[in-house]
Design a protein around this ligand. Structure first.
Ligand SMILES: *[C@@H]1O[C@H](CO)[C@@H](O)[C@H](O)[C@H]1NC(C)=O
Ligand SMILES: *[C@@H]1O[C@H](CO)[C@@H](O)[C@H](O)[C@H]1NC(C)=O
Ligand SMILES: *[C@@H]1O[C@H](CO)[C@@H](O)[C@H](O)[C@H]1NC(C)=O
Ligand SMILES: *[C@@H]1O[C@H](CO)[C@@H](O)[C@H](O)[C@H]1NC(C)=O
Length: 525
């Protein structure tokens, strides 16, 4: 009997994680990133954990066990601040094939590096954060984006807790290697590359080069510099690349049905769709009326998300959209920042300042979505089963778009040489019965999972709380050097042995022929 009780207390001890102290540190300034983390954080609070969350986006109505530290004001926020006109000016790169593509993929990380270092510098002197770091935590949640500053801070404060990385998108080039997941560039497209998993020889060359360069760049331009910043204040800190290997779990906001199949390890869990709620808010009256009054042909939704302003589209590009869209039988709702409160109507197009995107995508009248390849919007369209026209511009949008096209739920159009007839043709394809039916099917597969993405993220976070700082979810690949991982040493031995064998065989044949010649010569004599 007492054994039984002992056994049960043991079980309760292991499974009772209700009192866990959770620290969340989110230093990226993009709102869309935080929209992914917040549902998980709030759900963890709802389950009774004690949360301390530091970020640029404080929750609007936090429960009492949710302590917030606001970074607001420490750095400019990345909301609606991407100007398409600035992009027009950087087009020269695109003129040179391959090299231009590589250059633009590398250069686009520079602003992130500058922001990351400046934020790191400020946060190492930010009192409220440093106070919070003195607490006792059972797990630390971090965003895995373009900074490892928090990793160093955690180390400096001697916080002895497992680390969970949450990624708002698909893994960054430097993410997979440390947890031991395979990111073989022969079929795993890089987050910045415009490739699907089917690559030509030149694509693979480009994908491989960028893969190698970006990892080194990240180490030299961010990890090393952040380490200097931290060391100025806290003294010696371990190499951040090495510290990165201590992460226990990575949650990625991707799901293979939409984002393509990539090799995972148990510690890399796909929770794509984490930010979606089943709740529906009533639509603004004027939008609902516009939908109600539309014909059975349906309505097309057009939005470039929260970061890119469509009002900054160059006039000639805006005209291409207007021309192609106004020829449709369908009505169009366009998110356009420079419109009236009640929307601006021109022909079949209603321009609105702001729109409840996911509520609209789920509306039965909406039949297709024109977007820029932001992962959140695409995930929403996937969940709603609506096909997409994707006009990717920068960052992860090109790879998101390529993956959606590979899944057959999207058509990718080049932003640089967008033409009216290309757009018109693409519109006819996405509103065709064939593509809409296929997209609904893929959407059902996307929804069919063992548990909801939010429950899954909660389960794995609590798993890590239960079992502490172990690395049982990693593969040992993370400990191998480049040549070991790529089997260059083994290949060298094999090539060497085969070459040796060939040399020996050639030599023996030569010898044999020589003897043979000699003996025939002797016979003739
Ligand atoms: C919750 O976390 C805060 C901040 O770290 C801490 O001050 C407080 O004591 C914690 N509460 C419990 C019940 O552990
Ligand atoms: C992301 O996680 C990996 C694996 O732990 C680590 O090597 C990398 O430095 C992290 N990057 C960021 C930006 O947190
Ligand atoms: C990281 O893990 C290694 C080995 O498990 C351990 O020796 C080291 O102290 C850890 N570092 C931190 C900062 O937790
Ligand atoms: C739109 O149609 C629905 C269902 O027919 C109706 O309930 C709703 O009141 C209508 N809304 C407007 C603004 O006309």
């Amino acid at each position: 009997m007492s054994r039984l009780i002992y056994f049960f207390t043991l079980i309760i001890h292991f499974y009772d994680v209700n009192t866990a102290n959770i620290l969340g540190l989110f230093t990226h300034t993009g709102k869309s990133h935080h929209m992914v983390f917040e549902p998980l954080l709030l759900k963890l609070a709802e389950r009774g954990h004690n949360l301390t969350v530091a970020s640029f986006f404080p929750a609007s109505n936090p429960p009492p066990n949710y302590n917030e530290i606001s970074f607001q004001g420490l750095h400019e926020l990345g909301l609606e601040s991407f100007d398409l006109n600035a992009y027009e000016n950087s087009k020269i790169f695109k003129r040179i094939p391959r090299i231009g593509s590589i250059a633009s993929q590398l250069l686009q990380f520079r602003p992130f590096a500058i922001a990351s270092l400046s934020i790191c510098e400020k946060l190492t002197n930010f009192k409220p954060l440093l106070e919070a770091l003195k607490g006792d935590y059972d797990v630390v949640l971090l965003e895995n984006f373009t900074s490892d500053c928090m990793l160093g801070l955690i180390y400096a404060y001697g916080i002895n807790a497992p680390i969970v990385y949450i990624m708002s998108g698909t893994p960054m080039p430097w993410s997979s290697e440390r947890i031991g997941a395979n990111d073989n560039p022969s079929y795993v497209p890089l987050i910045t590359a415009p490739f699907s998993s089917r690559m030509s020889l030149m694509d693979r060359l480009e994908n491989t080069l960028i893969n190698i360069i970006l990892k080194e760049w990240y180490y030299n331009e961010i990890q090393t510099k952040e380490r200097y910043i931290l060391e100025k204040k806290f003294g010696k800190i371990q190499d951040l690349r090495e510290l990165g290997k201590n992460v226990s779990l990575m949650l990625t906001n991707s799901y293979h049905t939409l984002n393509g199949v990539k090799p995972l390890v148990p510690g890399m869990v796909e929770v794509g769709g984490l930010h979606l709620t089943s709740k529906r808010e009533p639509l603004p009256q004027f939008i609902e009326k516009f939908l109600n009054d539309s014909s059975d042909d349906g309505v097309i939704l057009f939005s470039f998300g929260s970061l890119v302003k469509t009002k900054s589209l160059p006039k000639y590009k805006e005209q291409i959209f207007i021309n192609a869209l106004s020829k449709l039988k369908q009505r169009v709702i366009w998110k356009f920042e420079d419109s009236d409160e009640e929307g601006t109507l021109a022909g079949n197009i209603l321009k609105v300042k702001w729109l409840p995107q996911y509520d609209l995508l789920r509306h039965e009248k909406i039949i297709a979505f024109i977007c820029h390849g932001g992962l959140l919007g695409m995930t929403e369209a996937m969940a709603a089963g609506k096909p997409m026209i994707i006009v990717p511009i920068f960052g992860d949008q090109l790879s998101n778009a390529a993956a959606a096209a590979e899944a057959g739920v999207g058509i990718v159009l080049p932003y640089d040489d967008l033409k009216e007839d290309i757009l018109s043709n693409a519109l006819q394809t996405v509103i065709s019965d064939k593509m809409r039916t296929h997209t609904r099917l893929v959407s059902k597969i996307w929804h069919d999972r063992d548990m909801s993405p939010l429950d899954k993220a909660v389960f794995w976070t609590e798993h890590v709380i239960r079992w502490g700082m172990s690395t049982h979810l990693h593969s040992t690949a993370r400990n191998l050097t480049f040549y070991q991982l790529t089997l260059l040493d083994v290949a060298a031995i094999i090539i060497f042995t085969i070459s040796l064998l060939i040399i020996m065989i050639v030599y023996l044949i030569y010898k044999f022929l020589h003897i043979f010649k000699k003996s025939t010569k002797e016979k003739l004599l």
